[in-house]
Design a protein around this ligand. Structure first.
Ligand code: MG
Length: 335
């Protein structure tokens, strides 16, 4: 049973609606009708020690920042502004109060940065390891919410920043790999301290440019498959257009990994992926400048179902088309 099967069972046994629940399970956030033309966005994510983070290399302040950032990213994915944070913290019997101080510093720094406040939560003792569950409530004008379900055949697919950095950074940490070089350090930072694209998400929603949007948490292959599934469309992705840093290729060499695999399957980039009409290219370039973010056009939405990667001809080999639907990270992989 994979993650999608588990969500399917939970959602079909709990399918009762309410008129003020505008969107339930299946998008980056639940969307709840508010007053004065505003909607509330609600999202929750859990980080588990030794599954999602390793205290041997994750400094406590950066772990605090990351717990907030990965949730704020889901608010950004719909175009919203984060407002309230709730934190449930499970700590083992033995923990260090200096560690907790620095962790709390990370939480408060991230809250300041993203303009939100810690409004409540819970603390419990865990039998083993640190558990972090964060809920973020965000807000935005109801008529600007960008769902995963709006992609149309003919739309162009865009991604922010560069891909595969966090996955490479995690592998470097795990392998105790070369962290001295600036490029490699930036990969490690992408894993330890991701930066959600709140300003970009807000601008895309406000200017009504994105037809569909989500954040990249489980890798482009899986996340784009979710977006396509919700929109009832498919996608062609051009391998040659995927944005990467030179350091990613250095790291892939060092780690003996295929850089393309890191870019399409690697999780936790927390970049935004969105689709827009082909005619919106110059408006998107303007928004990229305003947000100070690089945006790359990486593919096209098509009628046919599934996500296909198009790898250009190299040397003797011909152009290849590979089905990469749901090829990214699965929290419950089939044995
Ligand atoms: Mg998401």
């Amino acid at each position: 049973m994979n993650e999608r099967d588990i969500i399917e069972i939970l959602s079909c046994r709990n399918s009762e609606g309410r008129p003020d629940l505008l969107r339930g399970i299946g998008d980056d956030c639940a969307v709840i009708a508010g007053n004065g033309g505003q909607s509330w966005l609600v999202t929750m994510d859990t980080l588990v020690e030794d599954v999602h983070f390793d205290l041997r290399w994750h400094p406590p302040d950066k772990l605090g920042r990351k717990a907030i950032a990965v949730n704020v990213s889901d608010i950004a994915a719909m175009g919203g502004r984060p407002a309230f944070i709730f934190l449930s913290l499970g700590l083992p019997r033995q923990f260090d109060s200096a560690w907790l101080d620095r962790f709390a510093e990370g939480i408060s720094g991230a809250c300041r940065e993203y303009g939100c406040v810690l409004a409540g939560g819970d603390t419990v003792r865990s039998r083993e390891g640190v558990l972090l569950t964060v809920t973020v409530i965000g807000q935005m004008p109801a008529d600007q919410v960008v769902y995963r379900s709006g992609a149309l055949p003919g739309d162009e697919i865009w991604v922010s920043g560069t891909l595969g950095r966090a996955a490479a950074g995690l592998e470097l940490c795990a392998g105790g790999g070369s962290q001295g070089d600036e490029g490699m350090k930036s990969l490690v930072e992408a894993h330890l301290d991701p930066q959600p694209r709140v300003v970009l998400g807000r601008l895309l929603a406000e200017h009504n440019v994105a037809h569909a949007m989500m954040d990249l948490s489980d890798g482009l292959a899986t996340d784009l498959s979710h977006l396509c599934g919700q929109s009832g469309v498919g996608a062609d992705v051009y391998a040659a257009s995927l944005p990467s840093l030179p350091a990613l290729h250095d790291a892939a060499d060092l780690l003996k990994k295929n850089p393309l695999d890191l870019m399409i399957k690697g999780g936790e980039d927390y970049e935004l992926i969105f689709t827009a009409a082909a005619a919106a290219g110059s408006r998107i370039a303007g928004i990229a400048r305003q947000a100070g973010v690089i945006l790359s056009r990486v593919g096209t939405i098509v009628h046919r179902q599934g996500v296909r990667l198009i790898v250009p001809a190299a040397g003797e080999s011909e152009q290849k088309e590979v089905d990469i639907s749901f090829a990214g990270f699965d929290h419950f992989p089939q044995e």
